[in-house]
Design a protein around this ligand. Sequence first.
Ligand SMILES: C[S@@+](CC[C@H](N)C(=O)[O-])C[C@H]1O[C@@H](n2cnc3c(N)ncnc32)[C@H](O)[C@@H]1O
Ligand code: SF4
Length: 359
Amino acid sequence: MIKSAYIHIPFCKNICSYCDFCKVYYDKKWIEKYLDSLEKEIKSRYKNEKMQTIYIGGGTPSSLDINELQRLFNIIKIFNIEDDYEFTIECNIEDITIEKLKLFKENKVNRLSIGVQSFNNKFLNYLERNYTSDIISKKILLCKKYFDNINIDLIYAIKNQTLDDLKKDLDLILKLDVNHISCYSLMIEKNTKLYINNEDYISSDLDYEMYKLINKKLRKKYIHYEVSNYAKKGYESKHNLQYWLNNKYYGFGLSASGYIDDKRYTNTKNLDKYLKNYYEYENEIVGKDLQIKYSLILGFRLVKGINKKDFYNRYKISIYDVKNINKLITEGYLIDEKDNIYVNKRYFYLLNDILVNFI
Ligand SMILES: C[S@@+](CC[C@H](N)C(=O)[O-])C[C@H]1O[C@@H](n2cnc3c(N)ncnc32)[C@H](O)[C@@H]1O
Ligand code: SF4
C-alpha cells in the first residue's frame, strides 16, 4: 500500500557550489509547462490511495512565485489524504515571506524544511548560498509564527571550518529551538563547482570529532533517530521514515524516484523530455533478495535499527540467516538487543563501511 508521495520542483534562483541535486535555473517560461507535465504524470500514476505524507522537494520549491505555488497546490489537491497527514515543503531562507507562509498554510502544508546550511558568512560564501547570516534567525522566527513542525538543514565539515566554528553554529541552531534538525557532512560531488575547483575534504579525524560534537550537543535536547537526523519526541520525519523502512512511495517530477509494486524507478533528468511528458528513465524490478538488501541498507540508518519480528513477517526468513549479520554482531558492529538489531553507536560514524557488507 502506498502512503507517500515525493514531488520534485527543480528550479533554483541560485546554484550552490556543492550541489549535485537535479536543478535548473528558475526561468518563468518553463514553470507553467513543467506544472502541466507534472499534473499529467501524477494523474497517470496515482491510484487514489490515501496519502499519509507528501513532500515537495527540490531544487527550490519556494522559488516559485505565489501564482505558480497556488497552481502547484491546486494540482496536489488531487491527493486523497489521511487525517493525520504530514505535508512538507522545502524552503530557502531568501524566499520566506509572510505571503508564502500563509499560502502554504492555506494549502494544508504542515511542515517546513529549511536549508540554512551555515550561520557563518564565510562558509555561506564558500557554499555560494544566496543570503547572509543576519537574516536567518529573523526568517526562522517568522516561520515559527505559522508553523510548529520545522526542520533545519545544516552542513558541517566545510573547508577551514574549526570545531569552534561548528560549536557556534550548533549553539545558534539550538537557540532557534526548532523541532527537527538534519546535519550533513559536506560531500564534494562530481559536477559541482567544488569538485571542478579541486576542493579538498577536511581530515577524517576532524570530520569524526565534528560528528561527535553534533551528537553531544544535539542529543541533550533531541532524539538522535537516524544517522544525520535529530528530532524532538513525535517530530521524526514521517515521510523519510517511509524511505528508511523500505516502504513504497510515489516519486513525481524531474529526476524523482519512486517505489511502486515491485518496481523502483527514476524519472528522466532531461527537462526537455520531461516537458514532452516522457517521465520514467530507468527502473529495476526488486525481487525478494533485493528487497532484503534495501531493508538492511536503509533500516540500519535508523538508530533503533531493524525489528527482527517485522523483518521475519515481511520476508519469511530470520534476519540471522542474512549473510554477515552474525559476523557483524560478534565483531561488535551490530548490537542484538531485545526486539531489534542496530548499529553500535560507537561505529555509527562508519555506517557506510558496515552497510557494504550487505551489498
Ligand atoms: C535537496 S537539498 C535542499 C535543497 C534546498 N534548495 C536548499 O538549498 O536548501 C537537501 C539538503 O541536502 C543537503 N546537501 C545537499 N548537497 C549536499 C552535499 N554536497 N553535501 C552535504 N549535504 C548536502 C543540504 O543540507 C540540503 O539542505
Ligand atoms: S542547494 Fe538547494 S538552492 Fe542550492 S542549487 Fe542545490 S537545490 Fe538549488
